[in-house]
Design a protein around this ligand. Structure first.
Ligand SMILES: Nc1ncnc2c1ncn2[C@@H]1O[C@H](COP(=O)(O)OP(=O)(O)OP(=O)(O)O)[C@@H](O)[C@H]1O
Length: 253
């Protein structure tokens, strides 16, 4: 699969959030999407999943323009977690994933559901019969990610999938994403650069509504002999924080 963005621009009223975003990603790529708060990462993901329409430019899948409404056949090839996902909390995790499996018309998803949940959820035997409403934030996040993978999407879009996960759960999630990577084009956003370093093959760095960097992780780090954290700081050169008088906050008296 090849996903191509050609000159994608997105504005909300007079505010241009993304300007002339162009790149092409292929099966096997895991694109780490980075940028400051408000850089346009979620907006990009919403465009990739047809939740939002671009103001101009086009998306092409295997050379075919996707148009205003993506064909259902294309949507079936996608799995996405955006804006923390949505779960039906009255259901148990198994019931919820069975519901998702029916949407994708998976004939027998039982094995997939059990193995995904058992991999991601600690204490699975205890929590498997509990309603999602009783789950912690991190547990819900794992079920949401599992629901994106169930139908083995060729395009996997995960907005902040590590949110709410403890260090052990992050390791499991990274292992899962790394093992899945060869089968799909994966997009992952995170503010945790250590996680991105461990999963991304490519980086898309957004800043001031434009693509500041698009290319392989290797090329980005090469020559800089730096960790992603340092390299990103160098690239984005954050303006020094304004000096506010915060003595009222720290004053003991
Ligand atoms: N529906 C909307 N209407 C108006 N402005 C919007 C809308 N959605 C996003 N924006 C604006 O677009 C910009 C990019 O937002 P977006 O959520 O894509 O950023 P982000 O990179 O995902 O940020 P964060 O790292 O904080 O999650 C922000 O300035 C935001 O206020």
């Amino acid at each position: 699969m090849e996903l191509q963005l050609r000159g994608i621009t997105k504005s909300f009223g007079p505010k241009k959030v993304l300007h002339d975003v162009s790149f092409a990603a292929y099966t096997g790529c895991c694109v780490g999407v980075l940028g400051r708060n408000g850089a346009g990462k979620s907006t990009l993901f919403n465009l990739l999943t047809n939740v939002l329409l671009p103001s101009s430019g086009e998306l092409l899948l295997d050379g075919v323009p996707l148009g205003e409404t993506f064909p259902v056949a294309v949507k079936r090839r996608m799995g996405s977690l955006i804006n923390q996902g949505y779960l039906v909390e009255e259901l148990t995790p198994i019931e919820y994933l069975q519901f998702v499996a029916r949407i994708y018309e998976l004939p027998d998803a039982h094995t997939r559901i059990e193995s995904l949940l058992a991999h991601l959820l600690e204490d699975y035997d205890t929590v498997r019969t509990k309603r999602l409403s009783s789950f912690s934030t991190g547990m819900k996040q794992k079920v949401a990610v599992a629901s994106c993978l169930l139908h083995r999407p060729e395009l996997l879009i995960l907005d902040e999938p590590f949110n709410g996960l403890d260090v052990f759960s992050v390791d499991r999630m990274l292992a899962l994403l790394n093992s899945y990577r060869p089968q799909a084009i994966t997009f992952v956003s995170s503010h945790n650069l250590t996680h991105i370093e461990k999963v991304a093959t490519h980086l898309l760095i957004l800043d001031e509504s434009e693509v500041k960097y698009w290319g392989t992780m290797e090329d980005f780090l090469q020559g800089q002999q730096a960790y992603l954290n340092d390299a990103l700081f160098q690239l984005l050169q954050p303006t020094t924080a304004s000096t506010q008088d915060l003595t009222w906050l720290t004053n003991q008296s």
